[in-house]
Ligand binder design. Structure first.
Ligand code: AMP
Length: 419
């Protein structure tokens, strides 16, 4: 038997329903915030991601690269931001408006060690805003992330925020982190010894070393911020306070991708046993990426959420599961020729409908009907056919009423009540 590739998911059942539900809700929310949908190819040229300044593990170690038949070097997208920047530049979208706000839902590919909430193929929902740098844009994105958290009723989920400062601040911070950890070389794990050489800031993400005693006094990025970066950070924070957003300042947050500067943020749940899968989304500002990709000098801010992780949290919280329901399930215990016409009538009236295909014991049919999670079950039996009515069971109250065909649609829509 051929199995699915390691680290991938087959979507079916409740999780597939959740996927569609989450997608729809995120569509609605981003429309509310006036973002436009964008979609770019699944693969891009290798060079788009493998840039001189990008030393993250994601790009260095985890990309799926291949040559096509014409020997072009291509990469399956490990993330969407660089690809959207490329589309923004290539299609000159910056000529359309001063601020361009995009959202996406797309698959990413990273050759990671699969574990809970970490896959090799995974969905991300995300947003990218391109404009001149303005603290209100950063604040609006954090507000949007908070709005999503609240819309999905994610309990115990907090936004962590930090600032890495501008290019110079970030370089200074990198140097300070290098100097600090260089003193503890012997105590760092094997990977962090490598990170010390290539990219010291990544040490701050290490789940092994950040438990160690010497980690506690590591310098924070706030200590190396210029006055200007500090003020920018404060302005963002002030807006968040005014909006009543649930955040905390997290001095060790650096995020795993190198193009970020200034504001970085992450949404974290705190479900026991979820470990890293508690990080459901994150992002930040990237002032140099568009320019680095030969575009104009326009900054960007964005964040991405892991859809599999969001669904895991929702399933864990038992939230929204009952909302995925059928309006009506028809049980026909006669010769099964009534429900086709009836289902057409219901569909024409925008009601979601399902029905039985075989005649079985009523109890079995009823049990099967409940699996579709319908609001109502319409029962068609001999008496109903003979006397021209439907028996309708409300699955919430488990009460049953007789309704005539002429009143049926109004009854199902809550516009008619049986006396
Ligand atoms: P990143 O693009 O690495 O900044 O990640 C943004 C979000 O995507 C994370 O907070 C996760 O929720 C999700 N994510 C990142 N990598 C994976 C993965 N390998 N599998 C599933 N979700 C992921």
């Amino acid at each position: 038997m051929i199995l699915r590739p390691k680290g991938t998911i087959d979507w079916f059942g409740n999780r597939a329903k959740m996927l569609k539900f989450v997608e729809k809700k995120l569509d609605e929310i981003t429309n509310l915030f006036n973002f436009e949908y964008i979609e770019t190819p699944v693969f891009e040229y290798f060079e788009l991601f493998h840039r001189e300044n990008e030393n993250s593990d994601m790009v260095k170690k985890e990309t799926y690269n291949f040559l096509d038949k014409s020997e072009r070097k291509l990469t399956l997208k490990p993330e969407q931001t660089a690809s959207i920047c490329r589309a923004f530049i290539e299609n000159k979208l910056y000529t359309e408006q001063d601020i361009k706000k995009f959202y996406y839902l797309a698959k990413n590919y990273r050759y990671e060690r699969p574990q809970k909430g970490r896959y090799r193929e995974f969905y991300q929902f995300g947003v990218e805003v391109f404009s001149n740098k303005h603290y209100l844009i950063d604040a609006q994105l954090i507000f949007l992330l908070d709005y999503i958290i609240k819309s999905f009723k994610l309990k115990n989920t907090k936004i962590h925020i930090n600032s890495l400062g501008d290019n110079q601040d970030k370089k200074n911070y990198n140097n300070r982190v290098f100097e600090y950890f260089n003193e503890y070389k012997e105590d760092l794990c094997y990977d962090c010894n490598q990170r010390l050489k290539d990219n010291p800031l990544r040490i701050l993400d290490c789940k092994l070393d950040n438990e160690k005693e010497f980690f506690k006094n590591c310098p924070t990025s706030i200590q190396t911020l210029s006055e200007e970066s500090k003020q920018y950070f404060e302005k963002v924070i002030n807006v968040l306070d005014k909006l009543g957003i649930n955040y905390c300042i997290d001095n060790f947050l650096v995020r795993g991708i190198d193009y970020y500067n200034n504001i970085v943020f992450e949404a974290r749940s705190s479900i026991e046993g979820f470990n890293n899968a508690n990080v459901i989304g994150g992002g930040g500002r990237y002032d140099n990426l568009v320019k680095e990709l030969d575009g104009p000098d326009i900054g960007g801010v964005g964040f991405a959420m892991g859809i599999e992780r969001l669904i895991d949290v929702l399933l864990h919280n038992n939230e929204f599961i009952n909302q995925i329901e059928t309006d009506v399930y028809i049980i026909d215990t006669t010769n099964l020729d009534k429900h086709i016409a009836l289902s057409k009538l219901l569909l024409d009236n925008n009601l979601k409908v399902d029905y039985n295909l075989e005649n079985k014991k009523f109890q079995t049919l009823f049990k099967n009907a409940l699996k579709s999670n319908p609001k109502y079950i319409i029962i068609i039996g001999d008496d109903e056919v003979l006397n021209n009515y439907y028996s309708i069971k409300n699955t919430k109250t488990m009460t049953q009423e007789k309704v005539l065909e002429k009143d049926l649609i109004r009854y199902l829509k809550g516009e008619y009540y049986v006396d």
